[in-house]
Design a protein around this ligand. Structure first.
Ligand SMILES: *Cc1c(COP(=O)(O)O)cnc(C)c1O
Length: 340
């Protein structure tokens, strides 16, 4: 039996259509700008986001780093959530490779950096301080969706203060699905966005950075510097095009599966759902006792992969988990909590 993998939506495998497209894609050397499939993917991303240009890169870690390097200089500072992916889970790349200093602010319950906190984090123009250059938000953040009036407010503040605004939109299509809006309604407020094709959208590899021509030209230079200039990358971009054009439509299904699983876990004693976090394809829950590793073992013995910490867990729903498997997952969890 293939395991049910709830650790992340990065585990999704490419669809049959993607594999076919990868086999037949027209290709060329993308470092010379001659891969027609990469060019098509980048043009499509720019079109969808109503931005001037886009760049295809191997990972979301790299597209976030490219954005930071393109927005900021050595000695500049960016304002970021204290457990944002960019800051916490990317090896400190901005500091290590860009000499860009993070200024962290805790996310509030709505996954926002409160406007008033951003305002007070912006440094005056004074040689004592690093130069504040950029605000970086995340959407979705731990499955939580940012509303567009908030994005507009942050964007206005950034314009007044002459700061750039970057969005880590690794799962931005989960947000557009939840809000039932076009991605351009989000990107109109931004200077740059990073989008992962390799999560819920099921491409095997790849992320996109979108922004104005000037920013993307800088990012293209840094991509080469970081070793991200790929040659016949059209083989990957072919799957990426399907991810971008067709796969956002299927995300509602993942949200529905998350709701179905939530409903099953809700009544289990010993486990408390974070109701207002469970908006998209993730189910978050806290345990009354530190049973994380016991639960992992119990699930593994029943063919389910999870990666909780001691006292909480994140379950991620995606294409490779079927509706039929949801009941089974619910049973395995109930069984465990009845025993303990
Ligand atoms: C997955 C993810 C990224 C990028 O991760 P890669 O594995 O490098 O593609 C960036 N931000 C968030 C919020 C993510 O979930």
């Amino acid at each position: 039996m293939t395991p049910i993998d709830l650790r992340s939506d990065t585990v999704t495998t490419p669809t049959h259509e993607m594999r076919q497209a990868m086999m037949t894609a027209p290709i060329g050397d993308d470092v010379y700008g001659e891969d027609p499939t990469v060019n098509r993917l980048e043009a499509k991303a720019a079109e969808l986001t109503h931005m001037e240009a886009a760049l295809f890169a191997p990972t979301g870690t790299q597209t976030n780093l490219l954005a930071l390097l393109a927005h900021c200089q050595r000695g500049d500072e960016y304002i970021v959530g204290s457990d944002a992916h960019t800051y916490m889970y990317e090896g400190g790349g901005a500091a290590v490779l860009g000499s860009i200093q993070p200024c962290t602010i805790p996310f509030n319950e709505k996954a926002e950096l409160p406007i008033i906190k951003i305002q007070s984090a912006i440094k005056p123009n004074d040689p004592h301080f690093a130069r504040t250059r950029l605000v970086a938000l995340e959407n979705t953040q731990h499955g939580r969706v940012l509303n567009t009036p908030y994005l507009k407010e942050v964007s206005q503040l950034c314009q007044q203060q002459e700061l750039g605004l970057h969005l880590d939109g690794a799962r931005v299509f989960h947000a557009t699905t939840k809000l039932n809006i076009q991605i351009s309604e989000i990107t109109q407020h931004l200077d740059s966005i990073s989008i992962c094709l390799s999560k819920g959208l099921c491409a095997p590899v790849g992320s996109l950075l979108c922004g104005n021509k000037d920013l993307i030209a800088k990012a293209r230079r840094y991509r080469k510097m970081l070793g991200g200039g790929m040659r016949q990358a059209g083989i990957l971009a072919a799957a990426g095009l399907i991810a971008l054009e067709k796969m956002p439509e299927r995300l509602q299904e993942d949200h529905d599966k998350a709701q179905a699983l939530s409903a099953l876990l809700k009544s289990i004693e010993g486990l408390t759902l974070r109701e207002n976090w469970n908006q998209t394809n993730m189910v978050w829950a806290d345990f009354d006792n530190p049973i994380g590793s016991l639960l992992t073992q119990h699930c593994a013995a029943n063919g389910i992969k999870i990666s909780p910490d001691d006292s909480s867990m994140r379950l991620v729903l995606h294409k490779d988990i079927s509706h039929d498997q949801i009941n089974r997952i619910g049973q395995v969890f109930s069984q465990f909590f009845e025993q303990t």
